[in-house]
Design a protein around this ligand. Structure first.
Ligand code: FES
Length: 90
């Protein structure tokens, strides 16, 4: 694989996600461990109706298009570290 791996993290900025814990998620960038810091791009996204169209719980983030519910900074970091460890980057 020659392409550089970039984890694109999209944080829902919709009201429900925001009040359900999403407000802390933009701080993710400050918490990224050194070894994955350069591989993660954090962006916001508007509510994509996961909050109303699924039974999953907010806050929601997408990591390279994979939906994560009940997202937290720790959960996102663990997910990315796991992808790195198991080489399951998508
Ligand atoms: S507010 Fe986040 S998916 Fe709706």
């Amino acid at each position: 694989m020659t392409e550089e791996k970039i984890y694109k993290v999209q944080i829902c900025t919709g009201t429900l996600c925001h009040v359900m814990g999403g407000a802390e998620l933009p701080a993710l960038e400050d918490h990224l461990p050194e070894e994955i810091k350069s591989k993660v791009k954090v962006k916001g996204m508007v509510c994509a109706n996961y909050c109303t169209e699924t039974n999953l719980k907010p806050p929601f983030v997408l990591i390279n298009g994979e939906l994560m519910s009940e997202a937290s900074i720790d959960k996102i970091i663990h997910y990315i570290q796991n992808c790195e460890k198991n080489d399951t980057f998508k």
